[in-house]
Design a protein around this ligand. Structure first.
Ligand code: GLY
Ligand code: MN
Ligand code: MN
Length: 439
């Protein structure tokens, strides 16, 4: 892939988007699609805006991520209009003149006042208007028709060549951050310092990361979405669990790595989870029900618990009796793309729910894998005091080696997370490829 291929990929992407929208509008009985990029939101009784996050339906058309008050107006068969907001603002850096691979594909109308957009939106016909309520303009209130949204969301799971290219780039942006984080851990850094090393290596600020980095030292690794970053380094560095991504042109990566300091017991656990994670990545094949893969993950992790002498039970019994869920209390993964937890993980083209397996309330994907989908594969094993104390009160507690559990508590847990592209043949592991491509 060279940079010069990007315009070709983008044009093909836009054709796919238009073809999907044509069908979605027909399904919903609409003449036009209008998409609002969104508006900045302000803190209550203050003049400080929250970080702007664009409507993902807008980002699907073109890589504008810092652009409130813009609109796309599309009528099947016609060149899409982009209403491009470029205020005369000396307090902030206004959006620069439109540039990029997408410019030639739109009829661009520059406005300096958000209200001017109405002059460029269709005056007649029935419009599906996608956007948040706050983006409404007189006569153009977002209606977010379910039939249109369900159809577009369902198809967004199938990435175009352009999207895959941008997602590979988002992996390559994140990987140097993971390597820098590991080096900082080895050098005895605090969580805050690990985080700073990650930001410096990826060129991200906190505000433009696709999600808040999860940076856990030691027992904090047991907190699935640990939200703080301690300024002080611990006395001893046992574990680094870092769940951190990057963004390129509006597309996210979402990578977790767990590092041990070599302590036996925990290092073995990390290696065993890594082995199972890679085996699961290899199972991302067209026709596989992601729910089955999630259940297979439980069985594999049950095997790890048994092999390492942590739980003395058959893995199938562990799954059936909820024991694996104590140590692996989240889902195998989720779709990813324009959003980290991308839409439509649970529904068919008509928005019908595809249910989760009973007893697995946190699984974020229930669809059957098909070529073009990109999903995360993120098994983990954790030592979470509140869940362990519940297990201790059950008959299954007698199968647990509590001395081993107590010895592992200060290490928190392990999660390994990659993004995997389902193809017609062998899966493409976007994350491992990015690690392998860097020195
Ligand atoms: N970073 C959140 C997740 O892995 O889903
Ligand atoms: Mn994830
Ligand atoms: Mn993650």
């Amino acid at each position: 892939m060279t940079v010069s291929d990007l315009p070709t990929l983008y044009r093909a992407h836009l054709s796919t988007i238009k073809a999907r929208v044509d069908l979605a509008l027909e399904k919903g009985g609409f003449d036009h699609l209008l998409v609002a990029s969104g508006v900045e939101k302000y803190e209550f009784l203050d003049d400080r805006p929250y970080p702007f996050k664009p409507n993902a339906q807008f980002k699907a058309w073109l890589p504008l991520t810092r652009h409130p008050h813009c609109w796309i107006a599309y009528t099947p068969g016609r060149r899409p209009v982009l209403v491009y907001f470029q205020p005369d603002d000396y307090w902030h850096v206004p959006p620069s003149a439109p540039e990029g691979v997408w410019v030639d594909e739109f009829d661009i109308r520059v406005i300096s006042d958000p209200a001017e957009a109405v002059k460029h939106l269709p005056a007649s016909g029935k419009a599906a208007i996608l956007g948040e309520t706050d983006a409404a303009l007189p006569g153009f209130e977002p209606n977010n028709p379910k039939a249109v949204i369900d159809f577009l969301h369902f198809h967004r799971a199938f990435k175009t060549g352009y999207e895959l290219d941008r997602m590979r780039a988002a992996q390559r942006r994140a990987v140097p951050g993971h390597l820098a984080a590991h080096a900082a851990f080895q050098a005895g850094a605090s969580e805050m310092q690990v985080h700073a090393a990650y930001l410096a290596a990826t060129g991200h600020t906190d505000l433009d990361l696709p999600y808040t980095n999860i940076v856990c030292l030691n027992a904090h690794a047991a907190v699935l979405h640990y939200q703080y970053k301690d300024a002080a380094a611990p006395d001893r560095h046992r574990t680094l669990l870092i769940d951190a991504g990057a963004e390129v042109d509006g597309y996210a990566s979402d990578i977790t790595r767990t590092w041990s300091n070599g302590d036996s017991g925990f290092a073995e656990l990390v290696a065993a989870v890594d082995d199972e994670q890679q085996a699961l990545c290899a199972r991302v094949r067209a026709g596989t029900d992601y729910r089955d893969l999630h259940l297979e993950c439980h069985l594999r992790l049950g095997g790890v618990l048994r092999n390492l002498g942590i739980v003395d039970m058959d893995p199938g019994d562990m799954l059936a009796q909820g024991v694996t869920s104590t140590f692996f209390p989240h889902g195998l993964g989720h779709p990813i793309g324009l959003q980290v937890h991308d839409v439509a993980g649970f529904s068919d083209e008509n928005g019908q729910l595809i249910p989760r397996p009973d007893g697995h309330p946190y699984l974020r994907m229930t669809r059957t894998l098909a070529p073009g989908m990109v999903v995360t594969i993120e098994p983990g094993l954790y030592f979470i005091p509140t869940l362990l104390s519940k297990l201790k009160a059950t008959p299954q507690a007698k199968a647990v080696n509590w001395d081993k559990v107590d010895a592992l508590l200060p290490y928190g847990g392990v999660r390994i997370e990659d993004e995997v592209h389902c193809t017609d043949a062998a899966p493409e592991n976007l994350t491992r490829d990015a690690f392998a491509s860097l020195p």
